[in-house]
Write a protein that binds this ligand. Structure first.
Ligand SMILES: [Zn+2]
Length: 387
């Protein structure tokens, strides 16, 4: 392994194994912020933080037990922002048609299993909020998707506005287990709580002239997972790009930004990148380059260019080693794109859907591929700086 790959491996091990889950409010979120700040400083950059309020979530423990069969329910998790709950009872099995008249379903104090899926997080959140207002004890959501037999998505439902409801998700294996034993007695114990919290972006700056280029990656994760691909990989990559560009020729001002609170997003824009743009939107921003999910052991890397209105400006860009195409922006790129700033995203597409599940771990990462992305981005930066 060369020095670049060694450094990438060190950052990834730190984020995924030593620190672990980095969701808003977790101790890992603060530990990751410290590590990023320290590393930027070690690499020779003046580094500072910018903070903003969020709802934090503290998670202690989770149990979903089939009392009748004396065993746990498989492939189950607590959902982001679940309240504490301790309840024992039979399932109140609800189908899609029941959602139209939930008030008549006697949900108060019950464990509600929802045999319905799709519609995105807003739909799931609004079901949770309705059941919460009806006094239900817990709601179990089906984690749908291409790769959910073993590991449920921990943010399939993520309303931060629930008063007492405990929320869970089950992957395929768990959902069938419940469906096969609908009349069993179940116990759910979740210890977790929401609280007012402050998250921050960490910014390393290299001053220059002629506008500013921003390279960003979010360092928070979906709850209760390593988040290797999403998005320890992106943060490790910008740390190493920063190291390699430290002694660059004089040029534009360069901000390396590790954003917080990307996974938090419900129906507003991502909080960390939104806060950055609010503060620095008038800084003559020339380009935004996003790193979110790169370096899969099995995956096809690609670069997405989003430039509303002015595609001709990107015509001079030559792919270095990774193919480029035009598309809309998402994640932290979205606020920049909506502000009219040309946005480039380094992506890696997976044949599986490990996103936001425990399957997103170091096991699916390839350091050689990550290093390839770092070197590609360094070369691409030299091009965009001249455009
Ligand atoms: Zn992400």
């Amino acid at each position: 392994m060369d020095k670049l790959q060694e450094n990438l491996a060190r950052h990834m091990t730190e984020f995924c194994l030593r620190i672990g889950t980095r969701h808003v409010g977790a101790t890992g979120e603060a530990a990751a912020a410290n590590y990023i700040e320290q590393t930027f400083r070690e690499y020779g950059y003046p580094t500072f933080r910018e903070s903003y309020p969020v709802t934090g979530w503290n998670f202690e423990s989770f149990e979903f037990y089939n009392v009748t069969r004396k065993r746990s329910v498989p492939a189950a998790t607590a959902c982001f922002f679940s309240n504490s709950v301790e309840v024992e009872g039979k399932l109140l099995w609800l189908k899609r048609k029941d959602l139209e008249h939930l008030t008549e379903c006697s949900a108060s104090g019950r464990i509600c299993m929802l045999e319905c899926w799709g519609g995105g997080v807003r739909t799931q959140n609004s079901i949770a909020e309705k059941l919460d207002s009806l006094g239900a004890a817990a709601a179990i959501f089906i984690s749908d998707g291409a790769y959910t037999a073993l590991a449920p998505n921990t943010k399939i439902q993520r309303s931060p506005f629930l008063k007492q409801l405990g929320t869970l998700a089950v992957a395929e294996e768990g959902a069938y287990d419940l469906a096969s034993h609908k009349d069993d007695l179940y116990r759910i114990v979740i210890k977790a709580k929401c609280f007012p919290h402050t998250s921050c972006n960490i910014i390393a700056r290299s001053d220059g002239t002629g506008g500013k280029v921003v390279l960003g990656a979010h360092y928070d994760t979906a709850p209760l997972i390593q988040g290797a691909y999403d998005n320890a990989s992106g943060v490790a990559i910008i740390l190493e790009i920063a190291r390699l560009l430290k002694n660059r020729k004089p040029g534009v001002t360069l901000d390396f930004v590790a954003f917080g609170a990307e996974e938090y997003v419900t129906d507003k824009l991502n909080l960390g990148s939104g806060d950055y743009l609010e503060r620095h939107g008038n800084d003559d921003l020339r380009w935004y380059v996003n790193f979110d999910g790169f370096g899969l052991l099995i995956g096809e890397p690609y670069i997405k260019i989003s430039y509303p209105g002015y595609p001709e400006k990107t015509a001079g860009l030559q792919p270095v080693g990774i193919p480029m195409s035009y598309a809309g922006a998402n994640g932290d790129g979205l606020v920049f794109y909506l502000a009219g700033i040309p946005t480039i995203a380094y992506c890696d597409s997976s044949p599986f859907n490990q996103l936001h599940t425990a399957k997103d771990s170091l096991d699916i990462i390839d350091y050689e591929k990550m290093a390839f992305g770092v070197l590609d981005a360094v070369e691409l930066f030299k091009q965009i700086e001249k455009l």
